[in-house]
Each structure stands twice: as structure tokens, then as C-alpha cells.
Design a binder for this molecule. Sequence first.
Ligand SMILES: Cc1cc2nc3c(=O)[nH]c(=O)nc-3n(C[C@H](O)[C@H](O)[C@H](O)COP(=O)(O)O)c2cc1C
Length: 223
Amino acid sequence: MTESTLLHLSNDELLRTTRAVRKRLDYERPVSRQLIEECLQLALQAPNGGNLNSWRWIIIDDPDVLRQVAEIYNGGLDDFIATFGDAGYAGAHVPGAERIETSTQHLRDNFHRLPAVLLPLISGRTDQASGHPGAVFWQAGMWGSIIQAVWSFMLALRARGLGSAWTTGHLWREQAMADLLSIPYDRYTQVGLFPIAYTLGTDFKPAHREPLEKVMSWNTFED
Ligand SMILES: Cc1cc2nc3c(=O)[nH]c(=O)nc-3n(C[C@H](O)[C@H](O)[C@H](O)COP(=O)(O)O)c2cc1C
């Protein structure tokens, strides 16, 4: 990695402008394995419970495998959409919902063309923790031992002119993905699928969020 490949964003700018990128991914331009590994090396510095390092990272860049991964991703989203029924999607009224929908569709249509995709795994089954004493402790420990590393990976991509998007759609078909990639389903929970591609342009803006005063309180819970 040479300095010249960094965008030289300030820390605050990086945190403010790392977006879910779907329409502005460059589906044509190859991404080197070296660059992906470099971003993962940085990601591995994230905190994880007990420093157990009980994560696994699968990168898919074989076009044949990627085509099958894309099919499972799309099938999972179909399963999710089928759950809406007549009530429609609960998030349909959030600001920018239409743009999210067209952008999500764009990624669905082009998923198989991505240069590479990351699939992180965390040891254990978060669904098996449900109903046991300390279930929330175990679930928080598992998710908290992988999410920060994945976000670091996405920040490292952005710092280098690449983009990604957090996606969980395929988890409706987690078992099918486990079968495809020889993942021991009973021992590892899949976190999501993370596109890896250069972005078309590097200028990204802050997103809409509920204002801080609406979601924050001091010393006691406020609804
Ligand atoms: C937990 C989670 C799951 C998501 N799942 C999907 C998904 O399956 N497909 C997709 O296209 N985007 C997915 N997204 C992306 C969100 O739609 C996106 O982050 C949101 O619209 C806000 O946009 P921003 O990240 O650019 O601020 C997911 C994001 C998160 C955090």
C-alpha cells in the first residue's frame, strides 16, 4: 500500500461520509487481493471479547462462486419482502425511502458483477443464545466481537477510494450460503455480505439521521 492510494480524508470526514454505496460502485474495475487483505489487516485491530479472535473472514472473488452467492442474496431478500404482506415495508415512510429502494434494487441486479464480496463469521450461534440465562450477554458479546471490525474494514475501504454496504438480506438463506461455502453452520453465525468495489467518484455526503436531541438524553431514559 502506497500513500498515494489514500484519499487523505480527515478522521471526521471519514466518519461523516462512509455511506452504503450501491449505485456508485464500479462493478467493472478489478480490486487486488493485496488491497483487500490490507483493509482486513486494519480491521483485525478492532476490539473483540476476551481478545479471542473467534472470527473468520471469507472473501469471494471467483466469478462462478459469486454468481451463486448473488442468487442466494437475492433469494434471501425475496424471502424478506414476502414477509411484508399487505402491510408493506415498515420503513417505507422514512426520508429517502424511495432512493434506498432503487439503490437496493441496483445492488441486487448487479451483485454477481462485484469484483469481490466479504462474508465475516463469528464463532457460535447467536440464535442458540436466545432463551438461555445471560442470553443478551452472550448475544452482545458475539455481535460486539465482529461488528466493530467490519465497520473498520468499511472505513479502510472508504479511505482508499472503495466502497461497500452493510447487507444482511442473504441471512434469510444462511444455511444455503453455509452449504455453498462449506461453512460449519452449527458453529458459526454469518454476519452479512459486504460488497467490495471502487466507488465512482469519491465525494460522499453526510446522510439524514434523526437529530441528536431527539435520540439522546442525560442521566435518565427519555422516549
Ligand atoms: C444491519 C443492516 C442491514 C442492512 N441490510 C441491507 C441489505 O440487505 N441490502 C441493502 O442493499 N442494504 C442494506 N443495508 C444498508 C442500509 O439500507 C443503509 O445503511 C441505510 O439506508 C442508510 O444509508 P447510509 O449507510 O448510506 O447512511 C443494511 C444496513 C444495515 C446497518
